[in-house]
Structure formats: C-alpha cells, structure tokens
Ligand binder design. Structure first.
Ligand code: BTN
Length: 322
C-alpha cells in the first residue's frame, strides 16, 4: 500500500470517518500497516482524526505544495509534466537553467516553497517567503527569432492574468510589460531570461512570482503601499495547487495560439487587460526618462508612446514607477 492509496481513499470519503477495518480490507493490508501510514501522513502535515469505533477522518491538508495534490489537477500536455517541487532554493530560475542545459524538455517546471535569492527585473531582488506564494519557473524552447522574445513576456502576463481571474474574483490590470496589478498594487511579477547561441534562441525561462497568501506582516512596511497579495485583495485563502494548474492551462493554450497564429491575438488580449495604455506615463529607460501617453504595442511587443509634440517613440525596455 502506498500512502497515496490511503490518502485517495480518505479523500474520496470527503470528511467522513472510515474504519480501520474498511481501510485494511480495501487496501489489502494489516491494521498495523494502516496505522503506520496514518502516522506518516500526519507527520507530513495532514490532519487525520482517529476516533475509536468510528475510524479515521481527513480534516486538513498540509499547507505546503505536493506533487500528489498538483499532478491530478493538471490539465496540460507538456507544461508542468516534468515537475520539480523543491523546498528552499536560491532561485528557481537557476534550477531551470541547469535542467535546460542538461537537455530538459519544454514545459519543465520548477516550483519552490521559498527562495533565498529570488530576483526580479532590472536587477531587483524578489522576496519569496516560505509557503505563501507561487515561486516558479517554466522552460520554453520557442522556435522564434531572438528579437521576438519580449513577446513571450507579454504572453506570460496575459496567461497569469487569465489564470488568476478563473479562481479569484478580482479585476487584474497589466502594467507594461508584465506586472499584474489589483487596484494599482502589484500582485505578481514575471522575469524572462533567455539563452542564445550565435544569435539563435536556445531557450527561455519564464519566472513567475505570485503573492498568493501573504499577510500584511509578510511585507516590509514601505512595500505595503505598492504590493498586495491575492488573499489580502480577495479576503480568502487561495489553494496554490489549483492556481498553478489553471495558470499552466492558460499558458499552454496561449502559447499554442502564439506558435500557430503569431503575436497578433496575444497583442489584442494584452491590450484589453492593460492599465498602461492611454494614461500619461513616465518611463525610466536605459537611455533616460521618456514621458507621454502609451497608445499601443508594436509588432515586436514594444510600447508606442505618443509624445507631447504628437510624434511617436517605441520603448522596448523601461521601468514605470507608479
Ligand atoms: C519582477 O516583477 O521584477 C519579476 C519578479 C519575478 C520573480 C520570480 S519568482 C520565481 C522566479 N525566480 C526568481 O528568482 N524570480 C522569478
């Protein structure tokens, strides 16, 4: 008997007591073996009530992610099928890079409960407290020219936004290029890193950080003005495995659409979710500050800004502060 069989049996009874006798008959094992497995599950954080003459009842699950919980929820062909669930790592980006260099398949996913050196865009750090968020990196091997990789950043933002909206009743806006905001506060960030050889794209690592069940005390005070978690925004604790599953499903679907039809449909979806378009914006680019009104995306994924004199400038890399 594996502990998964026992867990499936208790879960199938949905909160009802199952006697030790019934378990041992159904799983064809001794009562002692049942007891040992129950102890193993409780040591992993499952809450199992044991009542004489009634039996066992599953009344709580560990708050950490488990492959057992996640895999049955996945509704994808390749995304997340090679799944590495880790406890503490410096950054999931580095884990995926190592796997990619060893030939890992597209869709390989690394998730960590905690990152000690999580990183964000523009060399910033990314706080990743234990068990509270989704800190994950996905490997893609897109057959596209290197200069088009920014399009995948925008695609990732749409996928996350659609995935979250399926589970959590909140309105999400995308700030260019890929910050997800709720009421102007950031709930998620995406970091795209790529590897190329002789100007040819080898792979892309899409790093996704989603503040799921963080509480106000998990944030440094100065960040509370700018950041929020899904739990704080919606008032409910969110099941992280379910959220990962719907995000991967949306991501895989949009990625297939992109490979088939190109950037145009992604661009329209991004524009529909954007909170940057048509609002006066200050952009800090590597070449200096640019101010104006972003009007649309260009074919590569750059942002077309209408300047004060009516001319247009396209920006490919910038930080927007507010
Ligand atoms: C940003 O908004 O600046 C991007 C943040 C990206 C954070 C994620 S968490 C998982 C992955 N691992 C990292 O070190 N960073 C990304």
């Amino acid at each position: 008997m594996s502990k998964d069989n026992l867990l499936n049996l208790l879960e199938a009874e949905a909160g009802k007591y199952v006697s030790g006798e019934e378990i041992s008959q159904k799983l064809q094992v001794s009562r002692t073996a049942v007891w040992k497995k129950i102890r193993k599950l409780t040591s992993e954080g499952y809450i199992i009530e044991a009542v004489p003459r009634l039996g066992y009842r599953l009344s709580g699950k560990p708050s950490h992610l488990s492959v057992h919980e996640l895999l049955p929820k996945l509704n994808t062909k390749s995304f997340g099928r090679a799944l590495h669930l880790l406890d503490v790592v410096p950054s999931t980006q580095d884990e995926v890079r190592r796997l990619a260099d060893q030939g890992a398949a597209e869709g390989t996913l690394v998730i960590a409960e905690q990152q000690t050196k999580g990183r964000g865009r523009m060399g910033r750090s990314w706080a990743s407290p234990k068990g509270k968020g989704i800190w994950m990196s996905l490997l893609l091997r897109p057959p596209v020219p290197l200069p088009l990789t920014p399009q995948l950043t925008l695609l990732a933002a749409v996928a996350l936004s659609r995935g979250i909206s399926r589970l959590v009743p909140i309105t999400i806006g995308i700030k260019w290029p890929n910050d997800l905001l709720v009421n102007g506060k950031k709930i998620s960030g995406i970091l795209l890193e790529s590897a190329a050889e002789d100007e040819r794209l080898r792979y892309v690592i899409v790093g996704m950080g989603i503040s799921v069940n963080l509480d106000p005390e998990d944030y440094p005070e100065e960040l509370l003005e700018k950041a929020i978690s899904l739990k704080m925004a919606s008032g409910a604790v969110i099941d992280r495995s379910e959220l990962i599953a719907v995000i991967l499903e949306e991501f895989e679907r949009l990625y297939a659409l992109y490979l088939e039809q190109g950037f145009a449909p992604i661009r329209s979806l991004w524009e529909a979710h954007s909170v940057t378009l048509n609002n006066h914006t200050v952009l800090n680019t590597p070449q200096g500050q640019v101010q104006g009104i972003p009007r649309e995306l260009d074919d590569m994924g750059g942002l077309r800004i209408e300047l004060e004199d009516g001319s247009f400038k396209t920006i490919y890399s910038a930080v927007i502060d507010s």
